[in-house]
Design a protein around this ligand. Structure first.
Ligand code: GLA
Length: 343
């Protein structure tokens, strides 16, 4: 484990980068700012070490231009309708940081926090953060730990635990944008993607689920058999038109194996995703528009990366028919997502 100073925030606080290397030469880098995955360097079939995490070279990018690249999001990943929910008969108003209307990623608190790092083995680091009582309007104080592990079988494993002093919804995820070409300036449309999901949650124009669980069969949302991300992305399905591509939660089937597989033929890199969460937000970088400069000084263009945000479904606190996300005071929330790379 190597610790280096990554940069200094505008307010003077220092941000550190922790780098792990496994026996195959694969590298995982994690920042204390936002408990952010800074880089995932994976061997390709051509013998190169390629960074498959799209983002920024410097802290300035993360601090000032981020669309959540690589960050840990919470307390409630994804969106909450009208930035309100009720628990035990009490109404909570949380930060409406999107269009002054919805709460996105818990108001952005976790992704902008400095996390405390504890390296307990050479290839595993725990990032801890305590969200103060009532922060961003959420109930109680919530203590969160996120463990990032790089295994010798080329996996990045993320284990989340959280405990809150009050009954609360919890939804934690990682927002890495993947690009298995590992090259700045490329897009992900030719990546083959399989998602083991029979249905997805259509949304309204604010990206809030309508409550419908819609079968994917016969639609552009059917990834049950592997297909290029770009194959149906331009279809006239109003859900795709509204979001300029995929930005939707898929209802994952239960499986012991990988629930998602992505593959890129130029590099031969396959990424298998395992999770115990019921949903995943597939976001294909639709709103990246080249106005922000990413790694290597190259603009982050539309579809420069794709996110697989494993999660409870969006807006679950207001959706009684979705798998529920409320945890009692003192109850421990645990979840795991693992990304396995092969070539
Ligand atoms: C956030 C969400 C994504 C997507 C973008 C849109 O990053 O996590 O799913 O909705 O906003 O900009």
């Amino acid at each position: 484990m190597e610790k280096t100073l990554f940069g200094t925030l505008k307010d003077g606080r220092e941000v550190y980068k922790y780098s792990m290397t496994n026996k195959n030469g694969m590298v995982l880098e994690v920042l204390t700012y936002g408990a952010t995955i800074q880089a995932i360097k994976v061997p390709s079939k051509n013998g190169e070490l390629l960074d498959v995490a799209v983002g920024f070279d410097t802290l300035d990018g993360h601090e000032n231009y981020s669309d959540y690249q690589g960050v840990t999001v919470g307390r409630y990943a994804n969106r909450i309708h009208n930035a309100q929910f009720t628990i035990n008969g009490q109404k909570y108003s949380v930060t409406a940081n999107e269009k002054g209307k919805t709460c996105l990623h818990g108001g952005g608190e976790f992704s902008k926090a400095i996390w405390e790092a504890t390296a307990d083995t050479d290839n595993s680091i725990v990032m801890s953060y305590t969200s103060p009582n009532g922060s961003c309007g959420f109930p109680g104080a919530m203590k969160t730990k996120v463990r990032f592990t790089l295994t010798d079988s080329n996996e990045v494993a993320i284990n989340y635990t959280a405990i809150c002093s009050a009954d609360t919804p919890v939804n934690l995820t990682n927002h890495t944008y993947f690009n298995l070409k590992g090259k700045a300036g490329t897009d992900v449309l030719s990546h083959e993607l399989r998602i083991d999901a029979d249905s997805f949650t259509p949304t309204d124009e604010d990206s809030i689920p309508t409550g419908e669980i819609r079968p994917v069969k016969g639609t552009a949302f059917d990834f049950s058999e592997s297909k290029p991300i770009g194959k149906d992305i331009g279809e006239s399905d109003p859900q795709l038109v509204m979001c300029k591509g995929y930005d939707h939660n898929f209802c994952l089937n239960e499986t012991a194996g990988a629930v998602i597989t992505a593959y890129e033929k130029e590099t031969g890199i396959t990424m298998n995703v395992y999770t115990d969460m019921p949903g995943v937000q597939l976001y294909t970088g639709n709103f990246l528009d080249g106005s922000v400069i990413g790694k290597g000084g190259v603009p982050l263009n539309k579809h420069a990366g794709f996110c697989l945000e494993t999660q409870f479904y969006p807006d679950t606190p207001n959706q009684p028919t979705f798998p529920q996300c409320n945890f009692r005071a003192g109850e421990i929330f645990r979840s795991m997502t693992r990304y396995e790379f092969k070539c």
